[in-house]
Design a protein around this ligand. Sequence first.
Ligand SMILES: Cc1cc2nc3c(=O)[nH]c(=O)nc-3n(C[C@H](O)[C@H](O)[C@H](O)COP(=O)(O)OP(=O)(O)OC[C@H]3O[C@@H](n4cnc5c(N)ncnc54)[C@H](O)[C@@H]3O)c2cc1C
Length: 400
Amino acid sequence: MRGGRVAIVGGSVAGCAAALAAHRGGAEGITVYERAAGQLADRGVGLAMHNDRYGELEAAGYMDAGTPWIQLGRRCWYVRDGSAPLGRLAGVLPFPFRTYNWGPLWRELRGRVPESVDFRPGTAIERLQLTGDAVELSTSDGRADRFDFVIGADGYRSVVRTAACPEVRPRYAGYLAWRGAFPAERLPDPGLWPVEDCVYAVFPGGHAVIYRIPDGRGGQRVNWVLYTAPPPDHGLPLDSPTSLPPGTLSDALRGVAIEVADTQLPPYWGQLMHLTAPEDTFIQPMYDFTAPRYAAGRLALAGDAATVARPHTGGGAVKALQDATALQTALASAASWPEALASYDAVRSPVGRSMVDLGRRLGLGLVQETPDWRTMDQPGLEQWWQQADGSGAFGGRRLT
Ligand SMILES: Cc1cc2nc3c(=O)[nH]c(=O)nc-3n(C[C@H](O)[C@H](O)[C@H](O)COP(=O)(O)OP(=O)(O)OC[C@H]3O[C@@H](n4cnc5c(N)ncnc54)[C@H](O)[C@@H]3O)c2cc1C
């Protein structure tokens, strides 16, 4: 299939990958609009990617070994146990994941976007207007550009999704993620913690996930995420989707995380919050949703614009990249854009839904209705995880 003027709204992970997919699928005039003016690569912390999902994305030509990563192998579950530094090791599960620093990962994807694509940083789409044979986009610099098709890769507050599926509203899950990272050299006694170990430090009502990521300059950073519910008087406007980027976290909300870390986590893991500079700590409220369809008329959705599953699934970036590979396959095998978008929707909608369901199940087990961790042991952990993960989609569904 050839031809078609295509706009992609959003130039992050899903946007760069969708531009590559549209190019490979035969689109001839591709424009990417990205609201952020500067380099996205300067922002972001860590993400983990299942080895098998990485292998599929590498084979599809969306990733390669040039992006720095750290190979993990085990997931160690620790429970606070008096003053024992690491706590009690309740059990160990396999964890065949690679960890990445979001910045270098984005930079590598951005580098894959062909020169022929018109990438416009610092340009937000403010409005979409559907006419009979085109979509008109109004940009923040006062232009009105017309396209045959528009792909919304504009994240969880997507304007394209609002146009395609106005009924969808992200739902607040009732708890927050505090996130941060710091240079690994700050870590005392690093030998206590093998590089291949991902740590789950669990407590009643939440947990912290801790692993090392590359710093993009040959060194390592310690990346952590702490999930739990905020106190009722948190003062955040959580009814509509919101995020608090680094540097905007209030002392009170940082204090909540430190209090939890000091009283609920084993001492070695709890100190990580103290080792992180306030300006490197931020909050991500937990929302999830799934759009009822990934394509409607001349509009398609990819990545977080289409579905947001809670990060417990370990598969947000994978899902965004898989969306692009599916779009490429659909474009390459269909005779027309409508046919391609219908087949893309049929392939990706069920995957998005299943990942959102998995995120909700894991959210229940890991935060909202936690088991009695004091008595958890290796057989109990294996059984509990088997029930929570169910179909084995942790880390993302297999790319078919
Ligand atoms: C700067 C940044 C850093 C991140 N860091 C991490 C991280 O460290 N770890 C992690 O797990 N996840 C991180 N994420 C989220 C992660 O990229 C996504 O959850 C996942 O990869 C899906 O990506 P996405 O491209 O669908 O959505 P997003 O990454 O959220 O990207 C959406 C993009 O659309 C742009 N946009 C939104 N509205 C408009 C508009 N109206 N017009 C034009 N552009 C618009 C945004 O500026 C953004 O770049 C980060 C996202 C961003 C933007």
